[in-house]
Structures are given as structure tokens and as C-alpha cells.
Design a protein around this ligand. Structure first.
Ligand code: SF4
Ligand code: SF4
Length: 299
């Protein structure tokens, strides 16, 4: 994103809408300026402010005259009065910033907007986490904080050494040049994004080991990390394996979400799968195919 200095009248409105605090009024130029290294190309400034088309010279002139009279002339807080924002033609690798930061842009690798993954919210349709497995979403960054891929790289290397399975339908996995070692493309490591999610899964017996690994690595990272844990309910709808581990590690179950599996019947593929399961004499298992997601923050 760029601000055209010939148009900007330094009203300061945009400095309040940038979630990364990347816009400031340069005192030397008296123009709003974007710190390009901190900007994650989220487009909140361009899309969040109404772009008016007032004449910059006229607005500057009025502001100057009124300031002499000790009167302020400020535009409404939700407008850029002179339409000074000019989106860049983003090329690789900068374009990954927008993909992970502008929620209106779908990821090329998955077709999903925002962080580019459905996580286990659609587990009833996708079956990412199967019986006997535990899935993890490891979320990096937040508005105001962000994350660079080199921080994510540290986590991926550690997880890969522990022989976890990275989710294929995830945009971070698609940016790996070597999935078995968890190695990301080297040309994106310095790029900063608003947030990103790594998804892995392991056999349920390894739940505590993986959580402790994430704890160890996150202490070394210059960002915030939130951990989500997902597992399948038993046939009676209860979950008695993973939840006690989470509680022992200090997590509270109140934040858990339960996917009751209604989605399985709304697509042809899901309907076919459900019918096959019933025909395969697994009616009881159909009831047991529920996923539990425990949104457990670690930082
Ligand atoms: S809102 Fe527009 S005119 Fe005002 S400081 Fe920002 S870029 Fe400049
Ligand atoms: S694109 Fe987003 S991060 Fe960049 S300056 Fe605009 S609001 Fe800030």
C-alpha cells in the first residue's frame, strides 16, 4: 500500500485504522507515510476509509487559513478526504502479506479466505482428524502484533523433527519446499503477515508431548501463539481421553466448541459418505463422528 504525498493533507485519519500501527505522519514531510516493513497489506486503510476526492491544494489551503485563526478543519474520521491511498501491484514474495492479512482475499492454495484454512470446523465433511488422532491448530500473530514467516519456520522445524503430520489443505504447508522437514520457502521468511495457522495431527497418545513442544518453541518467538486442540468424541458424545490431559496441563474446557456433524448431509460428497457408512453397518459410528475443538490459548 502507498500514500500519494501529492494528495495527502496530513489529516491523520488513517493512522487510527491501521491495525499494525504502520502509518505515521512524517514531521519532515508533513504527510502520512507507511512503514512498508511493518505494513501487512491488509487493505484496512484503503477499504476502511471512504475515499473522498477533494482537491488537496484546496483542503491544505483551508486548513492553513483556519489554523491561523486557531480553528481546526478536520474531515470526518472515517474518510480519506483526498483519496490518497494507492494500492501497489503486489508481486512475489510481498503478495503473501495480503493473502494472510486481507480477509477478503482467498488463498490460491486452498480457495479459503482469511488465514486460508477451514481448520477442523468442517471436520464432519473433511474428516481431517480421525478417531484415535488429535489435531492441533497453532496460530501465530494478531492485529497489532503480526508474525514473520521466520518465526513460523522455527515452530515448523521443531514439529517436523518430532515427526508430526502437517495438514495438506493448509496454506502454510503449501509454502513448504520440504514438508518432511517442515522447511518453508526461503524467499518468504522476512515477510510479515497479520496472522497464520499451522495445522498438524498426531496419534492421540502424543497430545501432551506436542503441547509441551509448542510451549517450548513459543517462548523463543517474537509473536503471540494460540493453540487449538481437536479430537473426536466417543459414541456417547463424550470425550474422556484428550480433555483430562488438557485439564491437567491447566486448560479450562469452557472454551470448547462441538461440531455435531450436521454438515455431513448438506453436500453430495458428504451425503454419499454418510450413506456408505450406514450401508457399511456403521450406524453407531455415524453417531460417534463428532469433532471437539478446544480453543486453548497459550499466550
Ligand atoms: S486519511 Fe488520507 S489525507 Fe488524511 S493523513 Fe491519511 S492519507 Fe493523508
Ligand atoms: S494495508 Fe493494512 S497494514 Fe498496511 S498501511 Fe494499510 S492498514 Fe496498515
Amino acid at each position: 500500500m502507498k500514500i500519494n504525498p501529492n494528495k495527502c493533507v496530513a489529516c491523520g485519519n488513517c493512522t487510527y485504522v491501521c491495525p499494525m500501527n504502520a502509518i505515521y505522519i512524517d514531521p519532515a514531510m508533513n504527510r502520512a507515510t507507511i512503514d512498508r516493513d511493518e505494513c501487512v497489506e491488509c487493505y484496512s486503510c484503503f477499504n476502511g476509509l471512504s475515499q473522498e476526492h477533494l482537491n488537496p491544494s484546496l483542503v491544505r489551503g483551508i486548513r492553513k487559513v483556519l489554523s491561523v485563526l486557531k480553528v481546526r478543519f478536520d474531515p470526518e474520521p472515517d474518510v480519506c478526504p483526498t483519496a490518497a491511498f494507492e494500492p501497489d501491484e503486489l508481486s512475489w514474495p510481498r503478495v503473501v502479506r495480503r493473502a494472510f492479512s486481507d480477509p477478503s482475499v482467498p488463498h490460491e492454495s486452498t480457495g479459503v479466505e482469511g488465514r486460508g484454512t477451514e481448520e477442523v470446523k468442517t471436520n464432519d465433511v473433511t474428516g481431517r482428524v480421525k478417531v484415535g488422532e488429535v489435531g492441533f491448530t497453532i496460530e501465530f500473530g494478531r492485529p497489532g502484533v503480526g508474525v514473520r514467516f521466520r518465526e513460523i519456520q522455527e515452530m515448523c522445524w521443531t514439529l517436523a523433527k518430532a515427526n508430526v503430520s502437517f495438514e495438506k489443505r493448509n496454506p502454510i504447508t503449501s509454502l513448504m519446499t520440504d514438508v518432511p522437514t517442515g522447511t518453508l520457502r526461503s524467499d518468504i521468511l522476512a515477510e510479515k503477515v497479520m496472522s497464520a495457522i499451522v495445522e498438524i495431527k498426531v496419534p492421540v497418545e502424543r497430545t501432551e508431548e506436542v503441547i509441551r513442544l509448542v510451549w517450548d518453541v513459543e517462548k523463543q518467538l517474537d509473536t503471540v501463539v494460540a493453540l487449538g486442540v481437536a479430537t473426536r468424541c466417543e459414541e456417547d458424545g463424550e470425550e474422556t481421553v484428550v480433555l483430562p490431559i488438557l485439564e491437567r496441563l491447566g486448560y479450562k474446557p469452557q472454551r470448547a466448541k462441538t461440531n455435531i456433524g450436521l454438515g455431513r448431509l448438506v453436500t453430495l460428497e458428504a451425503s454419499g459418505q454418510a450413506a456408505a457408512e450406514v450401508n457399511g453397518n456403521a450406524a453407531a459410528e455415524v453417531n460417534g463422528k463428532m469433532a471437539v475443538g478446544a480453543g486453548a490459548k497459550t499466550a
